[in-house]
Design a protein around this ligand. Structure first.
Ligand SMILES: *Cc1c(COP(=O)(O)O)cnc(C)c1O
Length: 244
């Protein structure tokens, strides 16, 4: 795909976001567009950055690590895929700061690969993040992923279990919950509306302001239903290879 296509695709997606926001009486600037760059090579991601993509999303820590090493952080990176507890260390790498005073090692800060983790779905993961950050001043922004339809193929916490998880997270000062994230069950794009509405209700019930919902096939519906973050891959970068 040529540079021009990525630029033109991005422009079109932004126009569609703006129109959907206007239909819902919202401001386009209230919706963050994440360009989902999983499986996309570095040159094409750079084209998207040059064309002004506001943020990037990856679903695998190792893949993101290589890309962030190559591209740096001209825009925020979001982790949108499942995070294994044993990958927390990789997602939140230690950096060596100047040693001083009693801090002989000099290793005392964390340089997170990701600005936001969208896949917080269990207390054990939050505890692992808390432990990693405990001795730093870093606080990581997270979205709690909800498995709205109790699909066994998907991660995410059951809606019933959400209140207890949120209560527990209050005790973890380095983990800040900003909102909820969901991937609705597969179906016609129109079917997603009820799920987006359900996620919004859950977020409102818990006083959470951010809603990460909507992908290439349904981001306009998500925005009509209150999405503050949309995760769009195919509509910007084109179709991915199978099994991506
Ligand atoms: C791949 C992916 C997306 C983007 O999907 P498209 O249909 O290509 O827009 C969004 N969210 C998550 C969690 C994904 O894994």
């Amino acid at each position: 795909m040529s540079t021009e296509n990525i630029r033109a695709n991005l422009e079109r997606v932004r126009e569609r976001i703006a129109r959907a926001a206007e239909r819902a009486g919202r401001r386009p600037s209230d919706v963050l567009l994440i360009g989902v760059s999983k499986t996309v090579d570095i040159d094409r991601i750079r084209e998207a950055i040059d064309a002004g993509v506001p943020a990037l999303g990856e679903n695998r820590v190792q893949e993101a690590k290589a890309k962030i090493a190559a591209l740096g952080r001209p825009v925020p990176w979001h982790l949108i895929g499942h995070l294994q507890t044993n990958k927390v260390k990789d997602a939140l790498p230690l950096v060596r700061t100047e040693a001083g005073g009693f801090d002989k090692s000099g290793v005392r800060d964390i340089d997170p690969l990701f600005d936001v983790i969208h896949s917080l779905d269990r207390f054990a993961l939050a505890e692992a993040i808390e432990k990693r950050l405990a001795e730093t001043r870093r606080v990581v922004d997270t979205m709690v992923e909800v498995n709205l339809a109790a699909e066994s193929s998907k991660s995410g916490i059951a809606p019933d279990a959400l209140p207890a998880l949120l209560d527990g997270l209050v005790g973890l000062p380095h983990v800040r919950v900003r909102g909820l994230m969901a991937i609705p069950p597969a179906g016609a794009p129109g079917d997603a509306r009820q799920w987006f509405r359900a996620l919004r209700k859950l977020a409102e019930a818990h006083g959470l302001s951010e809603l990460s919902m909507g992908m290439s096939a349904d981001f306009e519906i998500a925005i009509e239903e209150g999405a503050t973050v949309v995760r769009v891959g195919t509509a910007i970068f084109g179709a991915r290879a199978a099994a991506a």
